[in-house]
Each structure stands twice: as structure tokens, then as C-alpha cells.
Ligand binder design. Structure first.
Ligand code: PNS
Length: 164
């Protein structure tokens, strides 16, 4: 049985992330979406909110679980018997950072493999930050995030930035 982790900040999950989750769930027996608890980076959504948003969109994929983790990804993998890291690559600009991170993880534990999936062309420009920026300035985020959480994101942004 092969278990993979798809790690990230997911602040919030976008259609680009969901595409990778859907595809990776068909390749691996189990997929854990690992949401990083990063005390140095205060996001828009807190960890519980991010986990809940992801759970809402993956609820019909039986082999996908969502969990938060802190510290080293490799340690989270060891504790949960996870063998593979799945990452999405959008463009050449992602490559250098991802390559460096995969080598560091390999150095920390040579038994773990990182597998890259090319993001689907229609999502290649998408990022959580750009989605937040569009929503913050009142732009339409339809088609950029899973439809069932679109209004959770808009409402949160309105509460935080527009104080209503
Ligand atoms: O969505 P992001 O912010 O690009 O995700 C980055 C993430 C969570 C994959 C990465 O920061 C991570 O794995 N952090 C855990 C700390 C760690 O294991 N660092 C060692 C590898 S450099």
C-alpha cells in the first residue's frame, strides 16, 4: 500500500490544488493532504479553517484525508508511514525552489521520494495569493477555487479586510 502526502499552506485551497489532489488520489492508495502549521507566517485562514475548507471539497474522494502538521515534513511522514511526497509544478519558476526542497528532503531521509505532477494548463497561473488578491479587490473568483467554498472565501475576506 503506497501512501503519499501532498503538503502545502493551502491558504486557501485553489482549483490548482484540487486538480493535483484528484490526480494523485488515482495514483496512490492513500493520499494525505498535509496542511503546514507555520507560526512564522500568519495566513488569512487559520489552520482549522484551512483543514475544514479542504475537507469540504475532498469529502467524496474516499482515499483522501486531511491533516495538519508542524515541523519537518519528513518527521510527519515517518510518524504516519508515508513514503512519497507529491508536489505540483506550475512553471519553470517553481522548479528551482521545488528542486532544492526535494533534495533537502532526500538528504533528511533517502527512503522518501518526491513525485512532481505538472499542473493542468488551465490552472497554471493560479495561486492562493492571487486568488486572495482578486477577491480582496472585489474581482470574481468563480472557476479559480472549488465552487462549494467560493463564498466561504469571499465572506472571510469581507470580514477581515472590509470589516463588515
Ligand atoms: O504551499 P507551500 O507554502 O509552498 O508549501 C510549502 C511546504 C509546506 C511544502 C514546505 O514549506 C514544507 O514542507 N515545510 C515543512 C518544513 C520542512 O520539512 N522543511 C524541510 C524541507 S526544505
Amino acid at each position: 500500500m503506497k501512501t503519499a502526502v501532498y503538503p502545502g499552506s493551502f491558504d486557501p485551497i485553489t482549483n490548482g490544488h484540487l486538480d493535483i489532489i484528484n490526480r494523485a488520489s488515482k495514483v496512490f492508495d492513500h493520499l494525505i493532504v498535509g496542511v503546514l502549521i507555520n507560526p512564522e507566517k500568519q495566513g488569512l485562514f487559520n489552520i482549522e479553517e484551512r483543514v475544514k475548507l479542504i475537507q469540504k471539497v475532498v469529502k467524496d474522494i474516499p482515499n483522501v484525508k486531511v491533516e495538519s502538521f508542524s515541523g519537518l515534513l519528513i518527521d510527519f511522514m515517518k510518524k504516519n508511514d508515508i513514503q512519497v511526497i507529491v508536489k505540483g509544478l506550475r512553471a519553470v519558476s517553481d522548479f528551482e525552489y521545488e528542486f532544492q526542497m526535494s533534495l533537502m528532503n532526500k538528504k533528511l531521509d533517502s527512503d522518501k521520494e518526491t513525485v512532481f505532477m505538472m499542473t493542468s494548463a488551465m490552472n497554471s497561473y493560479l495561486s492562493s495569493s492571487s486568488v486572495k488578491q482578486v477577491a480582496m479587490f472585489g474581482g470574481c473568483i468563480k472557476g479559480l477555487v472549488p465552487e462549494e467554498i467560493r463564498f466561504d472565501i469571499i465572506n472571510k475576506i469581507n470580514r477581515v479586510y472590509k470589516k463588515c
